[in-house]
Design a protein around this ligand. Structure first.
Ligand SMILES: NC(=O)c1ccc[n+]([C@@H]2O[C@H](COP(=O)([O-])OP(=O)(O)OC[C@H]3O[C@@H](n4cnc5c(N)ncnc54)[C@H](O)[C@@H]3O)[C@@H](O)[C@H]2O)c1
Ligand SMILES: [Zn+2]
Ligand SMILES: [Zn+2]
Length: 372
């Protein structure tokens, strides 16, 4: 079957729109017809070459759509089901899945190659070259063949554009605050970066009961949005925020610093570490340039003396099979905002325009709406 897709062949080059050949689903696999796909910054890292995956790769890892065909031995979903694709598969049986840590599922090891679990690829170009799908998905394609382990069934009445965001940005951000950081009622929380992921950390921290919810972002539109979504104070720089945090905590500093900037740097990690008090935690969600050091600290005063923790995580430590439906039920109850996250919608062919707008600071989330 033919499918139109946005592909990266070489780092530093724009998304290439092209027709690919898509194989039929094999055992345990399904073919999804995507309706919508969120434009996460992690795909932008592939384009710029900041983080490296096996290329060529079909982009996109935040998708929702309909199951169009199933291979043998598929039990989790059936043809016609509406699904969100989780950016990490959850096999259900590996060491991590079976101990309540589906975000660490062993099947996620092929996220950056896009190989499916039998070690082969389902996308091919006309020269015969194999292409992976980012995160074993490739939601910047009209259709993809994915493992059933990547599929989470959702109710038919949830709109696809908001459902797509619950494949990565929403659980990653919300879970960053609620699970990975473990924000508690009354905490002072500082969030660095209020984009598609960070804005959901704001929602998660507010939900968990943060008293002072401080957001730092150089872009005014992002700061305004953060105030709309639950932030209590916003600042354009870490220096201004640090001064205010000292004052509002009587010098005790924050309970949590959360790092959700677009590209991780050692400077931001140092600023975040200096922002938290004794026995408190810095939680890192952002991804940085491959080959660079992102943590450069004097351990004595900064980490040992203050007994600070630095916690990395993937997918906000969420369990996709449990948390994706749970977040959608909070959305239904009006306790999680999803419609408000979408700044602009694009066709697949407008993808480069969409990522330029992200770079220009104009989007919380852009969403690609695939042709119906
Ligand atoms: N750990 C995970 O599982 C996971 C999952 C998804 C995304 N990510 C990563 O999370 C990061 C955020 O992704 P996103 O889609 O929200 O990106 P985004 O581009 O939508 O948002 C990043 C925000 O950071 C702001 N920013 C940039 N530099 C800053 C600074 N020095 N201080 C404060 N704010 C700053 C930008 O203005 C922007 O609003 C990316 O690195 C992405 O790759 C990680
Ligand atoms: Zn993502
Ligand atoms: Zn697993």
């Amino acid at each position: 079957m033919r499918t139109r897709a946005a592909v990266i062949r070489k780092p530093g080059t724009p998304w290439e729109l092209t027709e690919l050949e898509l194989d039929e689903p094999r055992a345990g696999e399904v073919r999804i017809k995507f309706a919508a796909s969120g434009m996460c910054h992690s795909d932008e890292h592939l384009r710029t070459g900041a983080s490296i995956g096996r290329l060529p790769l079909v982009g996109g890892h935040e998708g929702a759509g309909v199951v169009e065909a199933v291979g043998p031995d598929v039990t989790r979903v059936k043809v016609g089901d509406h699904v969100v694709c989780s950016f990490i598969p959850a096999c259900g049986t590996c060491r991590y899945c079976s101990t309540g840590r589906q975000n660490l599922c062993d099947q996620g090891a092929e996220m950056v190659t896009g190989r499916l679990s039998d070690g082969t690829f389902r996308f091919h170009d006309d020269s015969g070259e194999d292409l992976g799908g980012f995160c074993m998905l490739g939601t910047f394609s009209q259709r993809a063949v994915v493992s059933q382990a990547s599929c989470v069934r959702i109710d038919d009445d949830i709109p696809f554009d908001v459902a797509a965001l619950v494949g990565c940005g929403v659980p990653t951000g919300w879970g960053t605050a609620v699970y990975a950081a473990g924000v508690s009622a009354g905490d002072t929380v500082v969030i660095f970066g209020s984009g598609g992921v960070g804005i959901n950390a704001v929602q998660g921290a507010a939900y968990a009961g943060a008293r002072n919810l401080i957001v730092i972002d150089p872009v005014k539109f992002k700061r305004d949005k953060a105030l709309e979504m639950g932030a209590t104070h916003v600042f354009a720089s870490a220096e201004e925020a640090h001064e205010a945090v000292v004052e509002m905590t009587w010098g005790q500093l924050a309970d949590h610093a959360i790092v959700t900037v677009g590209e991780l740097t050692a400077e931001v990690v140092s600023q975040a570490t200096a922002m938290v008090g004794k026995g408190c935690q810095v939680t890192i969600t952002s991804v940085g340039r491959t080959g660079e050091d992102h943590i450069r600290l004097a351990a004595n005063g900064g980490v040992v003396g203050y007994q600070r923790r630095i916690q990395g995580h993937i997918f906000g430590m969420c369990n996709p099979l449990y948390d994706i439906p749970r977040l959608l039920s909070l959305y239904r109850q009006g306790r999680l905002k999803l419609d408000e996250l979408i700044t602009r919608r694009y066709s697949l062919d407008e993808i480069n325009e969409g990522y330029q707008a992200l770079d220009d600071g104009e989007l919380i989330r852009g969403v690609i709406i695939h042709d119906s």
